[in-house]
Design a protein around this ligand. Structure first.
Ligand code: AMP
Ligand code: MG
Length: 309
């Protein structure tokens, strides 16, 4: 059902304005991906370097096929996982209307069909692809609630409130524009999930070529120093982000990503709990070890970059 809030967001987007919209992964800073000025505004608001391309969100696979050339394997992944938290890099079609600013001048584009009902209503209404990187200043914590967006942008934006994002971490990204599809960013859809559909997926993430901001060494950072694989407090003021039931003693404030060691639950809580602990009440945030398997790979990817100074 189209509410007044959704209608307002659709109208603003049609005027080339930028708004914050929930998706199943995190809140996105959305603008018309075919409008250079709207894309420029996204980069400016985020303070994001323009060499880092944006993901374009579309309503359906049918819409996506009008924008990019899909290999057989790209099509298989799209048919299997869309709508959902998977971004595919494909070659742009000759007549593709997506702004070259959005794709950082590349001959490839990043496409996703999201599943969040509010984002889907908006996409249906605007009838244009929406560029929507995470709605946070570049390099900092991603937002999983409308309040996180408001905290970081101080009422500069209209935010469509859809409650808490169910997935909580950014989409899995697969580059399908190369002969052997390659995992560029881990997410809630794991390499094992993807390999059930395309067994030859390359998971060799080690690359000197930085073509995703999520590949920058330092990203997703809280304002406080973050320490990973913690087993005891380093100083009095450290807060603990725990995982599992065996919590080390001596921490003043403890939040638990998942007492039952459920990695999906931990991913959903990750940014929300980091937002809560990133407070002047503490001197730092320590995070307990997270198993480096399945969704744990995506969580550790974010934590490693958040801890890099
Ligand atoms: P974000 O929107 O911040 O979650 O990031 C979107 C991710 O998709 C970024 O890491 C982008 O660099 C990546 N991306 C977008 N377009 C391309 C592309 N054409 N080639 C490679 N990566 C891309
Ligand atoms: Mg981001």
């Amino acid at each position: 059902m189209i509410t007044q809030a959704i209608r307002q967001v659709i109208d603003l987007l049609k005027q080339g304005k930028v708004v914050a919209i929930p998706t199943e992964t995190v809140y996105g800073l959305a603008g018309d991906a075919t409008n250079d000025m709207a894309c420029a505004q996204i980069f400016e608001l985020k303070g994001r370097p323009t060499f880092n391309p944006l993901i374009s969100h579309v309503y359906s696979l049918e819409e996506a096929l009008k924008l990019g050339d899909f290999s057989k394997q790209a099509l298989q992944l799209a048919e299997h996982f869309w709508p959902g938290p998977l971004t595919l890099i494909v070659k742009r079609k000759a007549n593709c209307p997506i702004s070259y600013l959005a794709s950082a001048g590349l001959d490839t584009i990043a496409l996703r069909v999201p599943s969040h009902p509010l984002m889907r209503e908006v996409l249906k209404g605007v009838q244009t692809p929406l560029a929507a990187p995470s709605a946070n200043p570049s390099g900092f914590l991603s937002p999983t609630t409308a309040q996180h967006v408001e905290k970081q942008f101080h009422e500069k934006l209209v935010v469509l409130d859809g409650g808490t994002c169910a997935v909580g971490i950014e989409s899995t990204i697969v580059d399908t524009s190369v002969p052997i599809p390659c995992l560029l960013r881990p997410g809630i859809l794991t390499a094992a999930d993807l390999k059930k559909v395309i067994p030859n997926l390359s998971t060799n993430l080690i690359s000197d070529k930085i073509n995703a901001p999520g590949q920058l060494k330092s990203h997703y950072k809280p304002t406080l120093p973050l320490r990973i694989n913690a087993s005891y407090p380093l100083n009095e003021g450290e807060a603990l982000l725990a995982f599992g039931a065996n919590i080390p003693e001596g921490y003043k404030k403890v939040l638990n990503l998942s007492e039952t060691e459920n990695l999906k639950e931990a991913a959903a809580h990750l940014f929300a709990y980091l937002h809560l602990l990133d407070s002047p009440k503490y001197k730092g945030i320590a995070v307990m070890p997270i198993p480096n398997v399945g969704i744990g790979l995506a969580i550790n990817d974010r934590l490693k970059r958040a801890s890099f100074s």
